[in-house]
Design a protein around this ligand. Structure first.
Ligand code: AMP
Length: 472
């Protein structure tokens, strides 16, 4: 079988065939870097990480580009989000963008979301943006108005083909300001003339200004992925106007259709039914959640709902994911014990391959990750219960097969977290306290230092010794 996946462009599930055999070129809209990433971001980037890992598992080479929006993403009031944040903190916008890009990477690393092949920044591609805007003006798709440049939506007949709306229905979204400079309210900005006080601005043939929100993606993608590529991803909120505008910009520039073969969008991570968003102030910062839950439990929680469905935040489900990770660890420990003991006599591991096939079938069926995970847990459980009876060679082979599957989801804790449990920690704390009571401070300190080296900080308070995780 081959992967079948829902394509927003055709509004249907399609067989996946990349333009170039064996190679997948993919672009996913990156973060706007002005605040710490939240669980909504984790949902989207975790899904695309699973997709990339599954494509690689299936034998594809993947070239994955993620842009970084460090200029031009406007608030509903028409202010640049990064500049607004920088102003409120009294810092330069570039300092804000750098700081929050590093925080984004740190959060993704902690969640074991692999870094893309490259992460080009909008501000590093102003010449490419200016060149694309010039081409659009020369080809008659864009017009200059008072130093700003707008895309003339009426010139691009396919406008609306991604969001499946008629052109009359495509009134500007909340993010697009009503502006007398535009011929039509549906037109969107490619280049914006800057006010005198504006900090992030560049020279251009039209004005000293800055790029519109949509143009950075196509300028970057055309440079690194070419005029046609396989997958473009992002959250469902980006379908309109962002991705619709991208198609218009790219296809009008190159004349080549379709700009992207498969448009893949993730459903919202919601909280009490409402989208989790920085602008709504209802967000859960990834770093805060990692204080309470292991990265592997968060990844399991996120992958346990189909990527297109909304996922409403539920701590009970995260607790459940923690328990499932414990079961998983216990099964792995049982398999490892059987390996240490030399295994048994049976060389029949056909059940491993049967379940692996079922796993792959589920993944190929529009990335049905909840079903694939169920199959994976069943496989691991079966293997653990039969492990002492299986020959050593076959046991090692079976374990390698299960690892290939779990790697797609990044749900097996690293060695140090496998052995660490609260119970073990409380035993160590108790022994350390006894040593201190006996006056053996040297050994007590040694325990504290060694725990610190594996990421656990102890703090002696009036109400007893408390611990916290200081690194993942
Ligand atoms: P932003 O930082 O707002 O530009 O968003 C970066 C990416 O995260 C985009 O693909 C968004 O669609 C996605 N995203 C933001 N909030 C959520 C959410 N609550 N649920 C799912 N994806 C989200």
């Amino acid at each position: 079988m081959t992967l079948r996946i829902y394509n927003t462009l055709s509004n249907s599930i399609e067989e996946f065939h990349p333009i170039q055999e064996g190679k997948v070129k993919m672009f996913v809209c990156g973060p706007t870097v002005y605040d710490d990433p939240h669980l909504g971001h984790a949902r989207t980037y975790s899904f695309f990480d699973v997709l990339v890992r599954f494509l690689k598992f299936s034998g594809y080479e993947v070239f994955y580009v993620m842009n970084v929006t460090d200029v031009g993403h406007l608030t509903e009031e028409g202010e640049d989000k990064i500049i607004k944040r920088a102003g409120s903190l009294g810092k330069h916008p570039m300092e804000i963008a750098d700081y929050y890009l590093w925080r984004f990477l740190e959060a993704m690393d902690k969640l074991r979301i692999a870094r893309p092949s490259m992460m080009p920044r909008a501000t590093g591609h102003i010449p490419e943006i200016i060149e694309q805007v010039s081409t659009l003006i020369n080809k008659g798709y864009a017009y200059i108005s008072n130093g700003s440049v707008y895309f003339d939506v009426s010139k691009f007949k396919d406008y609306g083909k991604l969001s499946h709306k008629k052109i009359e229905e495509l009134l500007p979204g909340a993010r697009v300001e009503i502006n007398p400079e535009k011929k039509d309210p549906r037109d969107f900005a490619l280049w914006i003339k800057a006010e005198k006080s504006h900090i992030m601005k560049w020279n251009s043939p039209w004005s000293v200004g800055y790029p519109g929100w949509h143009i950075e993606d196509t300028a970057i993608a055309l440079k690194y992925l070419g005029s046609q590529y396989d997958i473009h991803g992002g959250g469902i909120d980006l379908v309109f106007p962002h991705h619709e505008a991208e198609i218009a910009q790219a296809e009008a520039t190159t004349g080549i259709k379709p700009y992207v073969k498969y448009w893949i969008h993730t459903g919202f991570l919601t909280i009490r039914g409402e989208k989790m968003a920085k602008s709504l102030g209802n967000f859960i910062v990834i770093f805060d959640l990692l204080e309470k839950y292991r990265a592997e439990a968060i990844r399991l929680y996120l992958s346990s709902t189909h990527f297109r469905k909304p996922l409403d935040f539920d701590e009970k489900e995260l607790d459940r994911a923690e328990n499932r990770i414990n079961d998983l660890v216990n099964n792995i420990l049982a398999i490892d014990d059987a390996i240490k003991d030399g295994g048994g006599n049976s060389s029949d591991i056909s059940f491993v391959y049967d379940l692996k096939n079922k796993f792959v079938d589920a993944m190929e069926d529009n990335m049905n990750t909840p079903l694939a995970l169920q199959v994976f847990f069943k496989l691991l459980e079966n293997l653990a219960s039969k492990s002492s009876g299986i020959t050593l060679n076959k046991l090692i082979e079976a374990k390698q097969e299960t690892t290939k599957l779990s790697d797609i989801f990044q749900i097996v804790p690293k060695e140090s977290t496998i052995v660490l449990s609260e119970e073990i920690l409380s035993i160590l704390i108790e022994i350390r306290n006894k040593l201190r009571a006996m006056g053996n401070y040297q050994l007590a300190d040694e325990i504290r230092e060694k725990l610190k080296n594996v990421g656990i900080a102890l703090e002696d308070t009036k109400s007893g010794t408390k611990w916290k995780i200081v690194r993942g």
